[in-house]
Ligand binder design. Structure first.
Ligand SMILES: [Zn+2]
Length: 239
């Protein structure tokens, strides 16, 4: 099921195929996916050249992040945290549930649009909002909690610091207060932000501090990747 929509996204969206960029994202994503204990999935990590901040997963192991999200990160552990959270939505089968709900909603608009909050046109987006479909794109509070809990566990097992998870959430929350609008897609598909910051901080506080100090927060390869993403051609203008 995920594959069908992944093909649609890959055909219609400005996915970044530059090997240095796509290669690094795959490397980082695989390093996290490899510690899930799930062996029967083939993971795909894809960067989309959209200025909007967003990250989402399709069933079967398709994880997407936007350029806008990467540009908001400052260190590797923040992007790793987002990927780990999305990976957990796949392994916990939340992504399947969400897609089934989106299909059931059958609003006459693209399921991909409902799932991701990324719609081809403003008109489509407004139709979705009027139809209340933004609700269908959201994971439940429990699913978000579980993905955060698994996400913290995953990055730690991959020897990456979990502190990047609440840090990036806080960055996005702060930005929304000063510049509302640009983060609409993110907040429509990732609700409960303030709660998630508290929850992930509480999980981190339970970890052994010396063990925590030994985990990686950043890497030169990540910084190279981020610089390359910032220099990508301007995202295509959408209506
Ligand atoms: Zn989530």
């Amino acid at each position: 099921m995920g594959q069908v929509y992944a093909q649609q996204i890959d055909a219609e969206w400005p996915v970044v195929r530059a090997p240095e960029i796509a290669g690094y994202l795959t490397l980082l994503g695989d390093s996290l996916a490899s510690v899930t204990g799930v062996r029967d999935l083939q993971w795909h990590f894809t960067l989309v050249n959209y200025a909007e901040v967003n990250a989402f997963a399709l069933p079967g192991g398709y994880v997407y992040v936007t350029r806008g999200l990467v540009e908001r990160t400052t260190e590797m552990d923040q992007l790793a945290g987002v990927l780990a959270h999305e990976i957990s939505h796949v392994t916990r089968r939340h992504a399947v549930k969400q897609m089934e709900a989106a299909q059931r909603a059958n609003l006459g608009v693209s399921v991909v649009c409902v799932l991701t909050g990324v719609c081809e046109s403003t008109a489509t987006r407004i139709a979705i909002e009027l139809g209340g479909a933004a609700v269908f794109a959201k994971y439940s509070r429990d699913d978000e909690r579980q993905a955060d809990e698994d996400g913290v566990g995953l990055v730690v097992r991959a020897k990456v610091s979990p502190k990047g998870i609440p840090l990036l959430l806080q960055t996005l929350l702060d930005e929304r207060k000063t510049k509302p609008g640009g983060l609409d897609a993110w907040f429509s598909t990732h609700p409960y932000e303030e709660e998630r910051i508290k929850y992930t901080n509480a999980l981190i506080a339970k970890l052994d501090s010396s063990k925590l100090a030994a985990l990686t927060t950043d890497s030169p390869r990540f910084q190279e990747f981020r610089e390359r993403v910032k220099k990508l051609e301007a995202p295509p203008k959408r209506e």
